[in-house]
Design a protein around this ligand. Structure first.
Ligand code: MP5
Length: 219
């Protein structure tokens, strides 16, 4: 498997994850505050779990991949603070918010990759997915957002431009390209079983991205 073939294996889901009506509504300004707020609150809780997924991916990564992952981890600290700032400006309660099923399912997938099926930090689980699968998942999660928000570059008003540049900037695109190269290198060392597992996980990620936008779009 390669990252290119993993995208192809997602079929329409990859396109739906990166060209969603939610994004068009952000572009033309028709997005309602409750739709955007739902996304913002749930995405904060997604990113909190993604920090832990990043840590687990780093724990099994080869030294050659560490600098990129450490850089990504450092960005996440600022990102969580930025989410809290945006939420405060909008009068949103992050800590009191209930996780919606789409967010919960996405966090469950990351926990499964970290600790094994039904995984939880408390139980330790079965040890989780091989590094190549985690690297592919990590790349896919960032690549979806890079393509989705990158498609809005120059298309939004000032209210949303900082969201677009966070994930859609050329710098973030370069980071995603390095993640793709690292995932490709890891996958190249594995056989068909790991390739099949990576394909299954990346398809689930694309489906969860579609579901996550749908959750917010529905309000
Ligand atoms: C990302 C995200 C990108 N914030 N939310 C979802 C649902 N998918 C992907 O992750 P990051 O850490 O914000 O770059």
């Amino acid at each position: 498997a390669t990252t290119k073939s993993l995208i192809e294996g997602c079929g329409e889901a990859w396109k739906q994850a990166t060209l969603h009506p939610f994004l068009d509504a952000v572009a033309d300004g028709s997005i309602k505050p409750e739709q955007f707020n739902t996304w913002l609150v749930q995405d904060y809780h997604f990113v909190r779990a993604f920090v832990r997924f990043t840590a687990t991916t780093m724990a099994s990564a080869p030294d050659a991949h560490m600098a990129t992952l450490l850089g990504g981890m450092a960005v996440l600290q600022g990102e969580l603070a930025w989410f809290r700032e945006k939420a405060a400006q909008r009068g949103l309660d992050l800590d009191g918010a209930e996780l919606q099923p789409a967010c919960r399912a996405y966090r469950d997938l990351m926990a499964e990759l970290q600790y094994g099926p039904g995984g939880a930090a408390a139980t330790g689980g079965s040890g989780g997915a091989p590094y190549a699968v985690k690297a592919a998942a990590f790349w896919a999660i960032e690549a979806c957002y890079n393509t989705a928000w990158g498609g809005l570059l120059g298309r939004t008003g000032p209210e949303y431009s900082e969201y677009v540049s966070r994930w859609g900037s050329p710098e973030f695109g370069q980071y995603v390209e390095v993640l793709a190269a690292q995932a490709d290198a890891a996958l190249a060392q594995e056989g068909p079983e790991v390739a099949a597992s990576a394909a299954e996980v990346v398809k689930r990620i694309a489906d969860l991205e579609v579901r996550f936008w749908g959750m917010a779009y529905g309000g």
